[in-house]
Design a protein around this ligand. Structure first.
Ligand code: PEP
Ligand code: MG
Length: 883
């Protein structure tokens, strides 16, 4: 097996296709080299080696060392320098590079190979001793932090001390001797803290840095990031060891990042930031505020600091040409890192650029229009989950805006919430159900938890490529970054803006699309689903086979779902129609009734409500299929529990609290999710089914008459395990239908089907299909009953399971292909064996999850049904699954 791949001088052993092997960065460095682009020579240690490192007791095996050293000698040849040489030393960067990009999550070491001897060589060689010693102190600082485990604050403090001692504010004012002194201080402190000296042997440095990068794959923030993005832990990271080029070698040197199109809007224009006389990490860290790359962007941003186009026109022209070349080659928007060393441009990275959903839409539509990609390809370019961002509310254009500050529009959408200053508080607030805006000077990878919990993020420092901006865009959370006019006083937990002071807990609104920060709550409008979005959806609809329905229980849900393109209702949970207001008490009355007479009296009150609800749903759906599920109330969701609740409900129902308590006790179930619910209730109390069937058919007659569109109710029986259960319930439905339709003198077509949500139903599907017009997979219960894991209690330990790598994904979120999936396949196949072309759908929460939708396509289901806001996601995911 080959562990090391070299690249440089227009040749490379790897290619872009070797992504899994070389990681994203390594594969694209190799590809750029082969394209003849200027890439500093280097080598990539393959991702598999990460596991090898762990298995070898967290040290690098000798066999790997041998290959790396062989690679280094090839790199030495290409670079014309030697590693550790006292005349022309080769200096290296050591960076991570996983299969999926994990920005800023893992470690990097720059300027490796410097020691007391080579620093002098670098000084002679570059003719700039100050630069050499600055690089050396940067190296010790990074190495001390990343490899030797010292807190980077230790070095920051020493630097501050030194500034104070010599009375200088800026590092740029430091002289050679002052850097030398700081290097000595750094080395002393490392000795004191670790008991070891700073390693002078470049080989020792190299093994230390490579090991640290491998180890950083398992650091807590990388682990969290992987969980949030479903990246498997066993992928591992590659390590890229590359010849250093210096962006900090004077004023004709620079470093920067750029996108070939605007990552926020998708506009076709080079977009990026750079710093003169700096190293790459300075841009990403957001410590100095960077300058624009193009003149147009500079003018638009109102900056008075010159663009790269102005200060280094030749390097700028090279950069533009390379960007065009990369876009044409990869046929996608690229995110690149570059360094200009004394006027010469070097490429350090290219990858497919992360973008907002809005930008993704625009780039995909534009590229299809440019004929760079096909329409089908354009559809596959959009991450369905990212559509969520477009479905975010934005600030009502007519709302009054009480602007207290502004920053960069780092991640779109608007959000309102209470001010919190720490990630811990954001997490806590989320648990308590409070919406918060996380306000920070800048964020770091340690803040991911808090960022995820917040509704929006506001930072006072950093650019469009700062950590906060990149991560928020990735998460689809609105973010305003670099709001420089706002001051954060962390000690007193205050935010000072526009002459006013805001305390922790005060409400603000941020507009991630304009960069504005507003006082208080501001009215919002729902998103516009036309333009690029509309075109992508049209193309998606043309490619998809399955229909997309919605789970809707209320007219508002149904209308929202229609506007998102739902093609019918796949699940109306009738018990949800009784959650609100007065209705819940009538429902409770029915559940608590002591006998049939009492129950019938309550049902008589429920009938007109149900009839009105169904009439409205049928009208809104205007001829599209509507699946109504018979009552399926897990009783514990409806019954009062505490003494206080019992007292309230007793008053509402005109019962004595003691009497109510006794009824509640009598109805108590140890396992309500496996208790008296679903068709079991219908069998115990057929009068419930009869009322619901009556409401459905009367409503169907009414709606057909009103709208003139045919209504085909699909009545669904829940929690069936035995064919006899379905037969019993179906007989009641058919009897009521005959009655009403006879009386009305109209013919209404209707279907009676069943949910498949118990393993027994899946296994006996061929028998059950004899009585069913359709199956709808209730994968919430099917997951619960297949795993034997309670839906209500799973969250507590499934997260632990994920953290410990027992499972990759929560099976209640994304279908378990192997187990639950096999049951669905069995049921589909057996059901259709009995009834050719039996209609099959899914209505569990999985119906809105892209990976599960792919499974549904592969299994040949006819439709998926999901909550209204997920309908566009499902339309897109269904298309991608079919392409
Ligand atoms: C299911 O079990 O998947 C389902 C859709 O029904 P409910 O969630 O209402 O139990
Ligand atoms: Mg269910």
């Amino acid at each position: 097996k080959k562990w090391v791949y070299t690249f440089g001088g227009g040749k490379a052993e790897g290619r872009a296709l070797d992504h899994d092997l070389l990681g994203g960065k390594g594969a694209n460095l190799a590809e750029m080299c082969s394209l003849g682009l200027p890439v500093p020579p280097g080598l990539t240690i393959v991702t598999r080696a990460c596991a090898l490192y762990s298995e070898n007791g967290h040290s690098i095996p000798d066999s790997l060392k041998t290959e790396v050293l062989a690679g280094i000698s090839i790199v030495e040849g290409m670079a014309g320098r030697r590693f550790g040489d006292a005349e022309r030393p080769l200096l290296l960067s050591v960076r991570s590079g996983a299969r999926a990009s994990m920005p800023g999550m893992m470690d990097t070491v720059l300027n490796l190979g410097l020691n007391d001897e080579t620093v002098e060589a670098l000084a002679r060689d570059s003719g700039d001793a100050r630069f050499a010693w600055d690089s050396y102190r940067r190296f010790i600082q990074m190495y001390g932090d990343v490899v030797m485990g010292l807190d980077h604050e230790v070095f920051a403090e020493l630097l501050e001390d030194e500034k104070g001692r010599i009375g200088k504010e800026q590092e740029t004012e430091f002289t050679v001797d002052e850097w030398r002194r700081l290097v000595d201080r750094y080395k002393e402190v490392i000795g004191e803290e670790t008991g070891e000296g700073f390693p002078q042997d470049p080989a020792v440095q190299l093994w230390g840095a490579i090991g640290a990068v491998f180890a950083s794959w398992m650091n807590p923030r990388a682990v969290t990031y992987r969980h949030l993005h479903d990246i498997p832990a066993d992928w591992g990271t590659a390590v890229n060891v590359q010849t250093m080029v210096f962006g900090n070698l004077g004023n004709d040197s620079a470093t920067g990042v750029a996108f070939t199109r605007n990552p926020s809007t998708g506009e076709k224009a080079l977009y990026g930031e750079f710093l003169v006389n700096a190293q790459g990490e300075d841009v990403v860290a957001g410590i100095r505020t960077p300058q624009n790359i193009t003149e147009i962007a500079r003018i638009a941003s109102g900056s008075d600091r010159p663009s790269l186009e102005k200060v280094m026109p030749d390097a700028f022209a090279d950069l533009c040409a390379i960007c065009d070349r990369l876009e044409a080659h990869y046929r996608d928007m690229q995110d690149i890192e570059f360094t200009i060393e004394q006027g010469k441009l070097w490429m350090l990275q290219t990858r497919s650029g992360k973008r907002t959903a809005r930008a993704a839409m625009k780039v995909a539509v534009d590229m299809a229009d440019e004929r760079l990609i096909s329409r089908e390809e354009a559809v596959t370019r959009i991450d369905p989950a990212a559509l969520d961002q477009l479905l975010h509310p934005t600030i009502d254009p007519s709302a009054r805006r009480d602007i207290i500050g502004a920053g960069l529009p780092a991640s779109p959408g608007a959000a309102t919430g209470e001010i919190v200053f720490t990630s811990e508080e954001a997490v806590q607030a989320k648990k308590e159900g409070r919406a918060v805006i996380l306000v920070r000077v800048e964020t770091s990878p340690e803040d991911i938890h808090g960022m995820h919990a917040a509704e929006g993020i506001l930072t006072t420092r950093g650019g469009m490529t700062s950590h906060a901006a990149v991560v928020a865009r990735g998460m689809g959370i609105p973010c305003v970054s670099g709001a420089g006019s706002i001051r954060v006083d962390l000690r007193n937990e205050k935010l000072i803006a526009a002459g006013a002071t805001f305390a922790r807990g005060d409400v603000i609104t941020i507009d991630g699309s304009s960069g504005q920060v507003l006082k208080g709550r501001v009215s919002m409008v729902q998103p516009e689903l036309s333009g690029d979005f509309g075109r992508i959806m049209e193309w998606a609809d043309a490619s998809r086979r399955m229909t997309v329905r919605t789970n809707a229980d209320t007219p508002a849900d149904a209308r929202a779902a229609r506007s998102f393109g739902a093609e019918g209702i796949g699940l109306c949970r009738t018990e949800h129609m009784f959650f609100e207001g007065e209705r819940i008490n009538v429902m409770r009355e029915m559940i608590l009734a002591a006998d049939e007479a009492g129950r019938r009296a309550s049902l008589a009150k429920l009938l007109p409500m149900q009839r009105a609800d169904f009439t409205e749903l049928f009208s809104i759906m205007h001829g599209l299929p509507v699946t109504i599920r018979l009552l399926d109330p897990p009783l514990h969701e409806f019954l009062p529990k505490t003494d206080e609740e019992i007292a309230d409900v007793a008053t509402a129902l005109g019962m004595k609290p003691l009497e109510l308590r006794q009824r509640v006790d009598a109805l108590h179930e140890f396992n309500p999710m496996l208790g008296h619910r679903g068709c079991r209730l219908a069998i115990s109390y057929p009068e419930i089914v009869e009322m619901q069937a009556r409401a459905i058919f009367e409503a169907a007659v009414l709606a057909a008459h009103e709208t003139g569109a045919p209504v085909v109710p699909e009545i669904m029986v829940p929690l069936v395990g035995l064919k006899a259960e379905l037969d019993y319930v179906k007989a009641r439905i058919d009897a009521v239908a005959a009655d009403i339709l006879d009386e009305a003198g109209v013919g209404i077509e209707y279907l009676v089907g069943t949910m498949i949500e118990l393993p027994r139903a899946a296994l006996r599907a061929h028998v059950i299909a004899e009585s069913a017009d359709f199956f709808s997979f209730g994968t919430n219960d099917l997951t619960q009953t297949t795993f034997g894991i309670s839906r209500d209690d799973a969250a507590q330990f499934l997260n632990t399971y994920r953290m410990k790598g027992i499972i990759d994904r929560d099976p209640f979120v994304s279908i378990d292909y192997d187990g639950v999936g096999e049951l669905i396949q069995i049921a589909a196949e057996r059901g259709r064996r009995t009834k050719n072309g039996l209609k099959l759908g899914i209505c569990g929460e999985h119906g809105g999850d892209p990976a599960s939708i792919r499974f549904c396509e592969e299994t040949g289901l006819d439709y998926v049904s999901c909550s209204p806001f997920r309908v566009p996601i499902a339309r897109l995911a269904a298309a991608q699954a079919a392409i």
